[in-house]
Design a protein around this ligand. Structure first.
Ligand SMILES: Nc1nc2c(ncn2[C@@H]2O[C@H](COP(=O)(O)OP(=O)(O)OP(=O)(O)O)[C@@H](O)[C@H]2O)c(=O)[nH]1
Ligand SMILES: [Mg+2]
Length: 333
């Protein structure tokens, strides 16, 4: 090491030597290199350090590669809501996602088929909802990334197999989710004093209800659920194989997401009925304006609404007017 380095460079070098994590090492080394005066006497040193820097960067890229595999569990939200299908192995999660969306996850009679989540888009009337097929939830092998994915979702569809002890499957899954601090939203009041919980709407799908021969199984299942308030969840019998109740399921998802569709209309023009804006139930005209454009939110002069909760079509409303599903809104600035 040449002794004619300025004191700040010597200090930077000490910091670099003390750095522990790869990111810290890279940052300190870059700083160090930047503080070395550029002249013939330091050429060799700078070249050596640059080589070391690119090695450090390359190896941290490799490490990043590992985390990209985990990022299979980081799925950007698309459409009107993100809905995860969770449950034990072999209950038909992948079969349901394949039946309801454009995705084609692998479906197989053997257990533990799915290892990574697969998103797909499900059309519901004139909007799209994102459904995510997930690996089985299993006490023996819990992936924290899967729990994080569930925690970020807007709705959990807990799938059980009506033909194979659905009550046990439901109880096990709810207990496991709770261990990871994920609790059905309808129990929010009961858990009010417990810190750091995530409350998410949870709806149960009793799959493999292929035809009427399984309706009795379903009735028994419903009776058993009612015995315990923890398991007394809203539910629907469905069949991925025969398509039974899948249309009803789409409506359920729409209702559970608690969203409304609002259509925009430019003054003097027909409403744009092709592309609704999706808002949370209870949203106001001002919130709708913010979704259309920040300018509308800031400079909104007046709004007219065509819809169910107005006295007449085209009624002038205030910024705090609460919108309903299907409303058409004309904004003026
Ligand atoms: N009878 C019947 N069989 C079904 C139904 N849905 C799925 N299956 C069958 O159940 C088996 C498991 O289905 P998958 O969709 O792979 O189950 P999974 O929940 O994704 O399983 P993992 O990926 O292991 O978690 C397959 O043989 C499917 O054909 C259904 O509604 N009725
Ligand atoms: Mg699967």
């Amino acid at each position: 090491m040449p002794t004619n380095l300025p004191p700040e460079a010597i200090e930077a070098e000490k910091r670099y030597r003390a750095a522990r994590s790869p990111a810290e090492k890279i940052a300190c080394l870059e700083e160090f290199i930047g503080l070395i005066p550029k002249h013939k006497g330091t050429d060799k040193l700078r070249a050596n350090l640059r080589r070391r820097l690119s090695k450090l960067k390359a190896s941290s890229q490799v490490r990043k590669g590992v985390s990209t595999r985990d990022s299979a569990f980081r799925i950007n939200k698309e459409g009107a809501g993100q809905v995860v299908l969770v449950g034990p192995t072999n209950v038909g999660k992948s079969a349901l996602v394949a039946a309801l969306t454009n995705a084609t996850p692998q479906v197989a009679p053997s257990p533990y088929t799915t290892w990574a989540p697969t998103p797909g888009m499900m059309p519901v009337e004139d909007i799209q909802v994102q459904l995510i097929d997930t690996p089985p939830l299993d006490r023996e092998y819990v992936k924290p990334e899967l729990m994080n994915l569930i925690r970020r979702s807007d709705l959990i569809l807990l799938v059980v197999d009506l033909q194979t002890d659905p009550l046990q499957q439901l109880e096990d899954t709810i207990a496991l989710l709770e261990e990871y601090r994920i609790v059905p939203r309808r129990l929010q009041d009961r858990y009010a004093d417990r810190p750091r919980l995530t409350f998410i709407p949870l709806f149960v799908l009793a799959n493999k209800n292929d035809d009427e021969t399984f309706d009795e199984n379903f009735e028994i299942f419903c009776e058993l659920l009612k015995e315990n308030s923890e398991t007394d969840c809203p539910l629907l019998p469905v069949s991925a194989t025969t398509g039974r109740n899948l249309e009803r399921l789409k409506q359920v998802v729409f209702e559970q997401l608690e969203i409304i569709r609002v259509y925009s209309k430019a003054p003097g023009k027909e409403p744009d009925l092709d592309a609704p804006f999706v808002l949370k139930k209870g949203s106001t005209v001002a919130e709708f304006a913010g979704k259309v454009h920040q300018d509308f939110y800031e400079n909104l002069k007046s709004a007219r609404v065509w819809g169910s909760a107005t006295l007449y079509d085209g009624q002038m409303v205030r910024r705090d007017h609460v919108l309903q599903d299907g409303d058409v809104v004309e904004l003026r600035i």
